[in-house]
Design a binder for this molecule. Structure first.
Ligand SMILES: Cc1cc2nc3c(=O)[nH]c(=O)nc-3n(C[C@H](O)[C@H](O)[C@H](O)COP(=O)(O)OP(=O)(O)OC[C@H]3O[C@@H](n4cnc5c(N)ncnc54)[C@H](O)[C@@H]3O)c2cc1C
Length: 396
């Protein structure tokens, strides 16, 4: 096995796996370190989560060659319906008005993981799995990494180490990079429901006095639900039996999709915004959840992480093409600077969503209802909103 790499990617999840795919046709020597075996991943219920994929994400996945496999199992979002329960504000976006076949798609994480793993098979990328990073040290020309691979200790080196090892990043901890954590005192309850009426491929975002409630279509008669509530309210709901919980959910959402029945056990996720205090260190760059962990409310985490991978791969290929050092500090700083704007914009957007739309302060309720009504009447403003929803805020 090779122990000398140009790039060592730690974490072969959605973002690290996508980066590896983006670089697979290059002549760079790439190592991919993943802690979880394929059999363990297949058995994990975390892979059952639904991901809202923006249109720009779909375009990147298409470029990576995996979209065809994912599309076969994904649901197109043809309409977005935003409303405020018990108030007058409402706005609707339609794919046809934007001249596109879908504003985005909803896919189960497992479909994406499977497609990425399948496409990695047969590439020259060295896969170390199951393996974990135990220590690392950056030198002038390379970073030295000690790994636990199966039951052996292995030392490898790389010109650049990419940390894509998720929210509890070991690489970030080993480097002592602090995190900026914002706790919202809210919990997102995630579940699936079967619907009495056809979803007609509509995604609903409904603002209720208890918090925002999203229904994402999974085919015609099923939806993935993300319901955000204050921590104590969520705890109470999670204690309820199936019948009582379904009645509470139905009451909050209404009958837009007829009577609903529960399709999976509701799970609670505490809402936090976690950001690493820096994106780079000597010969190391952090991407995906290792760098930023957003709450699932706005469905942005993977979309943002994939854009990290897309931009990093583009820049690495260009740098390597000029025979320049891909671990050079100035090169990594330029990448970090280029990503800062997109990151800041998405974080502000999700933060505003939580603060403004979870708030029942009367002037704010009136303001957001007026905004929804105004949006519904102004084609230009709607087009801007649709542009954001499709993930074109920052074109790559
Ligand atoms: C309920 C829920 C709903 C969501 N909905 C959406 C949505 O609608 N749209 C959206 O865009 N995003 C959504 N997200 C966010 C999205 O799932 C994450 O942003 C995305 O999975 C991040 O990918 P990642 O590869 O950075 O991290 P991860 O998916 O966490 O992958 C990290 C990988 O690194 C491996 N690893 C960890 N530690 C080590 C180590 N020490 N050594 C080696 N390997 C290691 C792990 O096994 C894993 O494979 C949602 C998240 C949740 C929880």
């Amino acid at each position: 096995m090779s122990t000398d790499f140009d790039i060592l990617i730690v974490g072969g999840g959605l973002v690290g796996g996508s980066l590896a795919l983006a670089l697979r046709h290059s002549t760079l020597r790439i190592g991919l370190v993943e802690a979880v075996t394929d059999a363990e991943r297949q058995a994990s219920s975390a892979s059952e989560r639904a991901l809202a994929l923006s249109r720009s994400t779909v375009q990147i996945l298409d470029g990576l060659g995996v979209w065809t496999a994912v599309a076969a199992k994904a649901t197109p979002i043809q309409h977005i319906h935003v409303s405020d329960r018990g108030h007058f504000g409402k706005t609707r976006l339609h794919a046809a008005d934007q001249g596109v076949d879908a504003l985005g798609h909803v896919a189960i994480a497992r479909a994406l993981e499977d497609a990425i793993q399948t496409h990695l098979d047969g590439t020259p990328i060295t896969r170390l799995c199951p393996a974990r990073v135990m220590g690392l040290k950056a030198g002038p020309d390379s970073v030295l990494v000690s790994l636990r691979h199966h039951d052996e200790n292995v030392n490898v080196s790389a010109r650049l180490l990419v940390a894509a090892d998720g929210g509890n990043s070991t690489v970030r901890s080993l480097l002592g990079i602090e995190q900026d954590v914002r706790v919202y005192g809210q919990t997102a309850i995630v579940t699936e429901v079967n619907t009495g009426k056809d979803t007609r491929f509509t995604a609903y975002e409904r603002f209720t006095p208890s918090g925002p409630l999203a229904f994402l279509p999974l085919g015609r008669r099923k939806c993935s639900v993300v319901w955000t509530l204050k921590d104590p309210d969520a705890e109470d709901l999670l204690q309820q039996g199936t019948r009582e919980f379904t009645a509470s959910l139905q009451n909050a959402f209404g009958y837009w999709l007829g009577p609903i029945t529960l399709g999976s056990r509701p799970q609670g996720f505490r809402l936090k915004l976690i950001r690493a205090e820096k994106m780079t260190d000597d010969r190391v760059v952090l991407i995906g959840n290792a760098m930023h962990q957003l709450h699932p409310v706005a469905g942005q985490g993977f979309n943002l992480g994939l854009r990290d991978a897309a931009m990093l791969s583009e820049r690495i290929l260009a740098q390597a093409g000029f025979d320049e050092d891909i671990g050079d500090g100035a090169f990594l700083s330029r990448y970090a600077e280029a990503r800062r704007r997109d990151l800041g914009r998405v974080i502000r957007f999700t933060d505003t969503l939580v603060r403004v739309f979870s708030n029942d302060f009367p002037p704010l309720v009136v303001a957001r209802n007026l905004a929804l009504v105004t949006l519904d009447r102004l084609p230009f403003a709607k087009q801007l909103l649709a542009h954001q929803a499709m993930g074109y805020g920052n074109r790559l």
